[in-house]
Structures are given as structure tokens and as C-alpha cells.
Design a protein around this ligand. Structure first.
Ligand SMILES: *Cc1c(COP(=O)(O)O)cnc(C)c1O
Length: 390
């Protein structure tokens, strides 16, 4: 059968029809353990009853009006996010790329207010910020950009986790007005920077009056063991973007801002038809409530440590293991060789994983994964890895 879907994805040969927690079933009723959560989206697992009930109740009442009117759920969600993050206000969009578009627009407004004609944003190598023209121009991956020139101007790139490189870029480029960075690079290979990296960026942004803009689309919403990854560093950014897990599968993105950055997107400067509608916002409120009631920040820390320990006890003597690294439930297992084929082998074994940066297995399990499921994950994947490298 010819597909009528544009072939933008190399898809694995499986179609899922139902889920529950960390389990998924395909159309032949084969069961799979999901250690990827739809790429850090379903942090509460699949078919969570609270999410199901919220969607039902909201659809019975009202799904969408317009941002031409007040939306109580949007106000409540913005207040909740600001209370949790220390930010001042929020713009709601529908995806991570759109959230980052808002951040990029804020940076440009900020630059023009400083009378910089052509403001630039400092971005990182191996970064990922999305697939729209602005966000793919910001992204530090030539594969994402190939074929799409002319790219958007106004991005200056330095290596990730290199404060000296940021300092020298700032010295030589007075047009830089903001730094956009992921607290941990996800698509780039679960790259965890030095513990004080974000603190040093914060200090440089203060010193040079630059906006510190964090892309927390993947790291946000309890994934790393805090509501937002920047909270591990006890700093607050000027702009912080969210999406993925904010709606647990219902599309929603958010661009949070603080201080000067929170004053720039005024009437007529930005908008979205769907952004922040009643359905998306009521679901996101339930996501936040559930993270609180199920103590999922804490769970992410405890379960992430358990998984790391499990993999180390099975793999640390294997000469092909480079490193197991994690921040909460964002886990990378780096091998000394390309291992993309493991994804298909794991699928056959009933396990969903991902490989980024060619040599790093990326695990983003639902935060509600059980002890027994974690044991199964460690056993299955460790055996596959040992087999694969030998
Ligand atoms: C997934 C991701 C994006 C893009 O999000 P979309 O919803 O696919 O547009 C942006 N930044 C980071 C860090 C991501 O992981």
C-alpha cells in the first residue's frame, strides 16, 4: 500500500493501538515497555486516568474560544507555571518550536530596544530547538539545516559547555543580545554540562545585560527531578520555553519570561489561534497537579538513580561502555561505537528506546514506571547491548 504521508520520518514497523502507564500494545496485541515516552512527552505514562477525565470533562464543556477573549484555564495555568518557576508571565503556543519562536522574537525586540540594528543570539553546537525556519537556524545540526538555505540571520554558534568560548564571542560580537541554550542537550546525545555551566551563563548575562534563554522543552516538567532543570542551579533565566511533557500528549507549548523580557511581546506583536486554548490548558493544569500529588520530581530522582545503578552493575565491566549518565529520568548510555541498530533490536524484544548522536542510547521513561518495569528495562537492554557489542 502506498502511503500518503510525506516521508519525513523513517518509521519503525509498528503501530500502537493502546497504552497503560509504561506499557504499549500494538495492533497484534504484542506488549512493549515504553522507555521513551513519545520523546519525553508522556511523563505521566499512557492513558493516565486524571488526563482522560480532564479531556472528557473539558470536551463536554468547551474546547476552544479564542485569544480574543479571556480564558480562565489559561490564566490559572500561567499563574501556576509562574509560581513553580519564579517567572513573571507566559505566552502559550502549540509546540516546542513555536515556544522557541516566541523566545527568539523576544530577544530581537530586546535588541532593538537597546538600539542594536541587527541583534544576534548566541546558540550552541549540537543543539536542537525545532524545525521551523527560525528554530532550525538556531539548531546546531547541519542535517537539520541541509537544503533549507537561506537560513535566518542573527545566530552566533559556540561549542556546548564551554564558558570561555561564550566569553570570547561576547567580547568580539557586541550585537549579541541573548544566549539560547538547553540545560541538557537532548537530541544532541544527552549531553550534561558542568554543574556550574548555567550559573556561569547567568553571571555573564547579568554582566553584559544579555537575556538568558533556556530551552526546557525536553528537560522541563519534572523530567530531570525538578520542575525545571534550571532549579538544580538555583538560578532564574529571563526566558524559558516548555512543550513536550506540559500536555502529556495534548499539544501545548509555553514561553515564560521574567523582568524586562516579560514586557516586550505586547498587543499585536505575537499570537496564535490555538495557543493556550481551554483543552490544552485544562490538561496542563491536570499534568501539574498529578506531578505534585504523585511526587514525580522526587520519583524522577530516585528512579533515575536506580536505573543508572542497574545499568552500571550490568555493564560497567564491558569494555565498550563509555559512560552511563543521567539527570533524573533523562538517561544516556554511551557506547564506543555507533549503535542505531539497537533501536530495531529492542523493538523486536518489546522495548522502546532511542539513539541520539549515533553512539548514545537515550532513555526517557515515563516517570510513573514501576520497579518491576525498571528491572525488565535494565535486564532487556543490558542483554541487548552485551550481545550487540560483542
Ligand atoms: C523536541 C524539542 C524541540 C521541538 O519541539 P517540537 O514540539 O517538536 O516543535 C525544541 N527544543 C528541544 C530541546 C526539544 O527537545
Amino acid at each position: 500500500m502506498t502511503s500518503h504521508i510525506m516521508p519525513t520520518y523513517g518509521r519503525l514497523p509498528v503501530t500502537f493501538t493502546k497504552g497503560e502507564g509504561a506499557w504499549l500494545w500494538d495492533k497484534d496485541n504484542k506488549r512493549y515497555l515504553d522507555a521513551l515516552s513519545g520523546i519525553a512527552v508522556c511523563n505521566l505514562g499512557h492513558a493516565h486516568p486524571a488526563i482522560h477525565e480532564t479531556i472528557c470533562a473539558q470536551s463536554r464543556q468547551l474546547l476552544h474560544t479564542s485569544n480574543l477573549y479571556h480564558i480562565a484555564e489559561q490564566e490559572q495555568l500561567a499563574t501556576k507555571l509562574c509560581n513553580l518557576s519564579g517567572m513573571d508571565n507566559v505566552f502559550f503556543a502549540n509546540s516546542g518550536a513555536e515556544a522557541n519562536e516566541a523566545a527568539i522574537k523576544i530577544a530581537r525586540l530586546y535588541g532593538h530596544e537597546k538600539n542594536i540594528d541587527s541583534p544576534a543570539i548566541l546558540v550552541m553546537e549540537q543543539s536542537f530547538h525545532g524545525r521551523t525556519m527560525a528554530t532550525l537556524s538556531a539548531t546546531g545540526n547541519p542535517k537539520v539545516q541541509a537544503g533549507f538555505t537561506p537560513l535566518l540571520d542573527g545566530f552566533v554558534r559556540v561549542p556546548f559547555n564551554d564558558i570561555a568560548a561564550i566569553e570570547s564571542a561576547i567580547e568580539t560580537r557586541p550585537d549579541i543580545v541573548a544566549i539560547l541554550v538547553e540545560p541538557i542537550q537532548g537530541e544532541g546525545g544527552v549531553n550534561i554540562p558542568d554543574a556550574d555551566y548555567l550559573n556561569n551563563i547567568r553571571a555573564l548575562c547579568n554582566q553584559h545585560e544579555l537575556l538568558m534563554m533556556l530551552d526546557e522543552v525536553q528537560t522541563g516538567m519534572a523530567r530531570t527531578g525538578a520542575w525545571f532543570a534550571f532549579q538544580h542551579n538555583a538560578i532564574t533565566p529571563d526566558v524559558c520555553t516548555l512543550a513536550k511533557a506540559l500536555g502529556n500528549g495534548v499539544p501545548i507549548g509555553a514561553c515564560m519570561a521574567k523582568g524586562k523580557a516579560a514586557t516586550l511581546l505586547t498587543a499585536g506583536k505575537h499570537g496564535s489561534t490555538f495557543g493556550g486554548n481551554l483543552l490544552a490548558c485544562s490538561v496542563a493544569l491536570t499534568v501539574i497537579n498529578t506531578i505534585e500529588t504523585e511526587n514525580l520530581c522526587r520519583q524522577a530522582i530516585v528512579k533515575g538513580a536506580t536505573l543508572k545503578q542497574g545499568f552500571l552493575s550490568r555493564l560497567s565491566t564491558n569494555s565498550h561502555l563509555v559512560e552511563v549518565r543521567n539527570k533524573g529520568m533523562m538517561i544516556g548510555i554511551e557506547l564506543d561505537q555507533p549503535c542505531t541498530e539497537l533501536v530495531a533490536l529492542a523493538l523486536t524484544a518489546g522495548l522502546l528506546i532511542n539513539v541520539t548522536g549515533d553512539t548514545s542510547i537515550r532513555l526517557l521513561p515515563p516517570l510513573v514506571i514501576t520497579e518491576a518495569q525498571m528491572t525488565l528495562l535494565v535486564d532487556t537492554l543490558s542483554a541487548l547491548i552485551v550481545d550487540f557489542v560483542s
